[in-house]
Design a protein around this ligand. Structure first.
Ligand SMILES: [Zn+2]
Length: 171
C-alpha cells in the first residue's frame, strides 16, 4: 500500500532518536545537544531511582552472595546471619515454614520500593540443610498467592491431635 509515511517517535539511545511509521518503515536522526542533555538527565534520574528502589536487595546480595546462584554461607549459618541483617532493615520481613525434611526454614521478603513506588518483592527460601532458593513477586502476584492459600485453608480445619489417654487401672 502506497502512502505518505507518518513517523512517530519510537525510542532513543544516547546519541540518536528513532522514529517509525505504522507500515514498519524506520528513520533515525542524531539527537541535538539539548536532547542529549535531556537523555542524560533522564538516565541519571533513572539510575538514582533504581539505586533507591533496589538498595536493600543489592545490600543483601553484597553481604551474602558471590554470584547469581552462589553464596558466602548456607544453611543454619546463613539463616542466623540473615536474621541479624534483617533486624537492621525494618521493611524486610521474615516468615517461617518447613523444608522438605520438616526442619524449620525461613522465607525472607525484601520489598523493592521507594517512598512512592513499589516494584515487587524478592523472596529467599533459606533452609538449614539445603541450598537457598530465590523468587520474585510482582504486585500482581500477591493476590494470586494469598487467594490460593486462603482457598486451601478455607476448605479444611486444622487437625486436632487427640492423644491417647489411660487410667490408673490397666486396661
Ligand atoms: Zn509508512
Amino acid at each position: 500500500m502506497k502512502h505518505k509515511h507518518r513517523f512517530r517517535y519510537s525510542g532513543h539511545n544516547v546519541k540518536e532518536i528513532h522514529f517509525r511509521c505504522k507500515c514498519g518503515e524506520r528513520k533515525s536522526r542524531e539527537a541535538t545537544d539539548k536532547e542529549k542533555k535531556r537523555i542524560k538527565d533522564d538516565w541519571d534520574k533513572f539510575e538514582k531511582r533504581s539505586a533507591q528502589m533496589h538498595r536493600i536487595a543489592w545490600d543483601f546480595d553484597k553481604r551474602f552472595k558471590t554470584g547469581p546462584d552462589t553464596w558466602k554461607k548456607t544453611g543454619f549459618e546463613l539463616m542466623s546471619a540473615v536474621g541479624k541483617w534483617a533486624q537492621k532493615h525494618p521493611t524486610v520481613i521474615e516468615t517461617s515454614c518447613d523444608d522438605y525434611c520438616a526442619a524449620g526454614a525461613t522465607l525472607v521478603m525484601i520489598p523493592h520500593e521507594t517512598r512512592g513506588e513499589y516494584w515487587g518483592t524478592t523472596v529467599y527460601f533459606l533452609q538449614q540443610f539445603g541450598p537457598p532458593a530465590e523468587f520474585f513477586f510482582y504486585p500482581g502476584n500477591h493476590e494470586e498467592v494469598l487467594s490460593a492459600l486462603n482457598k486451601i485453608k478455607r476448605r479444611f480445619r486444622e487437625p486436632k491431635h487427640r492423644g491417647l489417654k489411660f487410667t490408673m487401672k490397666p486396661t
